[in-house]
Write a protein that binds this ligand. Sequence first.
Ligand code: BG6
Length: 477
Amino acid sequence: MASLLNRVQSLPKGFIWGGATAAYQVEGATKVDGKGKTMWDDYLQAQGRFSPDPASDFYHRYPEDIALSKKYGLNAIRLSIAWTRIFPKGYGEPVQAGVDYYHRLFKECLDNGITPYVSLHHFDSPKTLFDDGDWLNRKNIDYFVDYAKFCFDEFKEVKNWFTINELISLAFSQYIQGNFPPNHHFDVTSAIQAQHNELLAHARVVNLFKDGGYDGRIGLIHVLQPVYPYPVTPENQHAADLDDAFMNAFLLDGTFKGEYTPKTMKLINEILDANDAHLDIQLGDMDILKKASTRNDFFGLNYYQPSFFAAYDGDSTNTFNGTGTKGTTSFKFKGVGQAVKNPDIPTTDWDWNIDPEGLYDILKRVSIEYPNIKEIFITENGLGMKEDLPEGVTDDTIIDDPKRIDFVDQHVAALLKARSEGVNVNGYFIWSLQDQFSWANGYNKRYGLFFVDFTNQKRYVKKSALWYKELADTMPK
Ligand code: BG6
């Protein structure tokens, strides 16, 4: 900690030190004030594992969470707008109550010196559009552009926008891993098409923002997962390259080069061929991507873990660890490779690799390979754990979470190292601000700086929040 404290003093004034949230994961209040259903509501109800209500009741308790953010030294917060609070079906007439809510929320942030960084889409597609194919239906892109324009015209107080959060996670979870609705497994055509269509939606919105001369900055968020061969052999290297193309390079190319480079497409085509899959790129699509590729003001980079890959020549199969029972994840992708465990790398209860070096590597890589990236923020990074309230808890109880402090300490150190070598990374948002439910895991996977007792919505401070404040206080103001 001592060395980290010294080193954060080298950060520029105004370095972003934030906490991240997503509307559906924190707001609750899914049935009030005219809100429409997302792709999750009926699905979660049918599944019966957990309910999106009351979540962290942020819809009502946002003043408390923003007050905590201020008290613990944060200067920014990542929020998302729930599309269905504004347009219940994704299109049509806006709902005033939803619009008013977000004006109140942004005002509360700004009045407290907390800059809102706002995403337009964070995994919560409107149910009506989802039923019509979600991102696989190109009409969805038009509706998204209309919704974005409405938000830019209405929420003038917001100066920092992200279009879409983690395009790959959505496509991968929906169509490859099968743990997000509509729960397809290894539907490679849909997964690659959804990525391309989401990129198009992003690019059209960026072009609209820039052509419209809106006052502010705009970008998008990708989660990057460096892929290493394990052990290092030429065959395993090729498997890692294939997985990297599917998980990282295709989207990075499309966003920041405005083309899918021949190197990436060779790998993608190998995957498509092996899976009898195809990608439909229509006339004019690449021009839209090209035009937007130099116009992103910043890049939100989410980082949790790298993966380790080995060659594999069987059929696709996977199991998903949605409970926090170690050792229950497996992933074998026909025509790509299989995820393997690297015994030198510790893992969480959800089998996520803990490897801060991966963050350093990926920051270096994107800054070299994608010169169109102007500025980077780490828009999510954090540790998901099972945590309980201790016996005899009082209002003043501080929840001890040394593993989270350690995790963030190591990852911030990796960020600083990359920065000292010239990578223009100017912010860090911990995932997450307060505890919130996890899409495919429910309420037992906690990431927050602030503990939420989901039975009564009381907030308790964790030691990581005290630690976070100590760093914030050390940074140049
Ligand atoms: C990111 C998402 O993929 O990872 C968040 O943007 C999500 O919404 C976070 O909660 C952590 O993932 P998980 O599955 O542990 O909740």
